[in-house]
Design a protein around this ligand. Structure first.
Ligand SMILES: NC(=O)c1ccc[n+]([C@@H]2O[C@H](COP(=O)([O-])OP(=O)(O)OC[C@H]3O[C@@H](n4cnc5c(N)ncnc54)[C@H](OP(=O)(O)O)[C@@H]3O)[C@@H](O)[C@H]2O)c1
Length: 277
């Protein structure tokens, strides 16, 4: 059973990147409640404003800022601005992300560069200044100064031939987050590597392959926040897909080249089954 509920998530001041769509918008709406301040960011001003309006209608105080997470200066200024406006930050969800499928062909160099720049460097562009901000603020009643949820993926545990850069970027983010949590928690800061399976969002809409255990963004948002609230360093769901991904990751690497690659863009491909024969 999930802990927490819309009104009782224990973070009065939260910031979310990629709040203009999909999981980020669902996280914002799940957190939106009276007495809570939300800092929302994305690139598309109109979709960001729509999320912000829905959160205000739910009683939250909302500040929205459009910027590209690849712009390190803009990302740092966004985080630093929270000290002046709300006196600090209890939860950052580094959620903005991008993907591209290869259909089994070589990845275009610009797609590889974009995926790493957004999914890894872009996430760090908000996380690093947030760690500085949280380190300077006093601990709350639970002894925690602040929390960072980095949205990786179950793709972090596979090397899908159809999405090499996506998988690798998510592996890097997941590993960095878990390793950093091990030391940051000594200073009262927690980091959580969130690794969801397939979620019905614009990112997965183009996928033509079967997406096992596909879930709605609202459920993924609640599972994400429940895992963070429980203090899990790795928040991963759904567990059958995680088990399959770990199993597939244990297969001989040479089998990867015998697997079919799926066409189209989108989030993680399903964990590869063992090749027949
Ligand atoms: N959908 C899945 O099955 C799935 C599974 C596991 C993990 N995830 C991860 O969950 C996160 C959210 O994905 P989603 O499924 O909700 O996809 P989505 O609907 O496409 O949303 C992606 C969000 O990221 C923002 N974004 C992308 N590039 C950006 C950039 N350069 N600068 C700032 N913002 C940027 C987008 O903003 P604009 O639209 O305003 O440009 C949008 O708000 C991603 O990190 C994704 O990898 C998704």
């Amino acid at each position: 059973m999930m802990q927490g509920s819309k009104a009782t998530w224990p973070w009065p001041r939260a910031a979310i990147t990629g709040a203009s769509s999909g999981l980020g918008a669902a996280l914002a709406l799940e957190l939106a409640a009276p007495g809570r301040t939300l800092h929302l960011s994305g690139r598309d001003p109109a979709r960001l404003a729509a999320t912000a309006a829905a959160c205000r209608a739910a009683g939250a105080t909302v500040a929205e800022t459009a910027f590209d997470v690849r712009d390190a200066e803009a990302a740092a200024a966004w985080i630093r601005g929270m000290v002046g406006s709300t006196g600090g930050l209890d939860l950052l969800v580094a959620n903005a992300g991008t993907s591209a499928g290869t259909g089994g062909t070589r990845e275009a160099p610009e797609a590889v560069a974009r995926i790493f720049a957004v999914n890894l460097t872009g996430a760090l562009n908000t996380i690093m200044p947030a760690l500085d901000l949280m380190g300077a603020q006093p601990p709350g009643p639970d002894g925690i100064r602040g929390r960072v949820a980095a949205i990786a993926s179950i793709a972090a545990f596979t090397a899908s031939p159809g999405a090499p850069a996506y998988c690798a970027s998510k592996t890097a983010l997941q590993r960095w987050t878990e390793a950093t949590d091990a030391t940051a928690r000594r200073n009262g800061i927690r980091l959580h590597a969130v690794c969801p399976g397939f979620i019905r969002t614009p990112m997965t809409a183009p996928n033509t392959f079967p997406m096992p255990f596909l879930m709605e963004p609202e459920r993924a948002a609640r599972l994400t926040l429940a895992g963070v609230q429980k203090g899990r360093a790795r928040v991963v769901f759904p567990w059958p897909l995680y088990a399959a991904a770990r199993l597939a990751g244990a297969l001989p690497v040479s089998w990867l080249s015998r697997l079919p690659s799926k066409a189209g863009s989108g989030a993680p491909e399903p964990p590869p089954p063992p090749p027949a024969g």
